[in-house]
Design a protein around this ligand. Structure first.
Ligand SMILES: N[C@@H](CCC(=O)N[C@@H](CS)C(=O)NCC(=O)O)C(=O)O
Length: 318
């Protein structure tokens, strides 16, 4: 057990087939952050997370000490703020990095709308339909040609950016966070789900994009991450025995919502059906974050962008 002793454990939950999980796995490797990995099933339920009172079921989730972070965008902001070196061009999370983050999310969801999941296992499709009722339906496959054209638009824009011979998205000799944001999603689209065999996405049409993605993959493979795979119970013990202070948070009393610190609330990503609601007591709310106390001395942090926040109206038992 001694190698599990860590005053502020960093624990990543996810599964290898998840591109967003790989985005964070690669970020931790780029930053050289020692961490633990708890592999999760591809479909719900995820008992390891439920045991920590985490109902949120999107992937990935990252725990740092007793703070639980939802959503890869928030996670990467938090990681880059906490571990500033190496900097990867993101000291201030400047506009170009944010633009690449937004492009990356756009690319991913445009691709999901264009992808063919008809041959995926029925159990996987059923599971995803609990979040997105039209997932892999006849209706959505009729939209595929259109969505593929939208994907082509985004990827050809990236081809144009790379046309001046730059190695990395922001130029220069070293990769930055912009490369991570674009690299993980291009790798998934072109090489994991093999869009590279489709007309308009083959190497001859997108030479620079293909070369960039291969370069990104070589770079990721050249890193030596310090990670230990552990099971859910060991992770729970590690997290619950952590004695670190909570991450500092700020409550903005001028926030427009009628929800106050101490209220019982639920949050859920706004791009899915309202299932697997994450419940907790509101600790802080500001322009960037929602922070909840979920019991077990754990706090959950979700980004404000892309999450719905609702007050739970408690029914009297009388
Ligand atoms: N905005 C979220 C999106 C995460 C997301 O949609 N992940 C996919 C896997 S790549 C997912 O949650 N799928 C359903 C699941 O894993 O239960 C993030 O950046 O973390």
């Amino acid at each position: 057990m001694s190698e599990l002793v860590n005053p502020e454990p960093v624990v990543l939950y996810g599964y290898d087939q998840s591109p967003y999980y790989n985005k964070i796995k690669n970020l931790l490797a780029m930053k050289g952050i020692k961490h633990y990995i708890v592999e999760q099933p591809m479909t719900a339920p995820r008992p390891d997370l439920l045991a920590l009172n985490i109902e949120y079921r999107r992937t990935p989730t990252l725990v740092i000490g007793r703070d639980v972070y939802l959503d890869s965008n928030l996670i990467s902001h938090v990681v880059c703020k906490k571990w500033r070196e190496p900097d990867f061009g993101v000291a201030e999370f400047g506009p170009s990095i944010l633009a690449f983050e937004s492009l990356s999310n756009n690319l991913f969801w445009t691709f999901i709308a264009a992808a063919d999941f008809s041959k995926s296992p029925e159990s996987f499709k059923e599971d995803r339909r609990t979040l997105w009722p039209k997932f892999a339906s006849k209706e959505s496959s009729a939209q595929r040609p259109h969505n593929l054209s939208q994907l082509g638009y985004h990827i050809h824009n990236i081809e144009n950016v790379l046309q001046d011979g730059r190695k990395w998205m922001l130029g220069g000799d070293q990769p930055t966070l912009a490369d991570l944001y674009i690299g993980f999603v291009l790798h998934f689209i072109l090489f994991v789900l093999r869009t590279n065999t489709q007309e308009g996405f083959k190497r001859e049409s997108l030479r620079n994009v293909h070369e960039f993605t291969t370069r990104y993959n070589h770079y990721i493979k050249s890193l030596s991450p310090t990670l230990t795979k552990i099971n859910g119970q060991s992770a729970k013990d590690l997290i619950e025995s952590s004695n670190t202070e909570y991450a500092p948070t700020q409550h903005d009393t001028t926030d427009g919502t009628k929800i106050n610190v101490g209220d019982q609330v639920e949050i859920v990503p706004s791009d899915q059906r309202a299932v697997n609601l994450q419940r907790g007591i509101l600790v802080a709310l500001n322009a960037r974050e929602i922070v909840l106390d979920v019991g077990n001395r754990l706090r959950v942090h979700a980004p404000r962008l892309g999450f719905k926040l609702m007050k739970v109206e408690l029914k009297s038992n009388l």
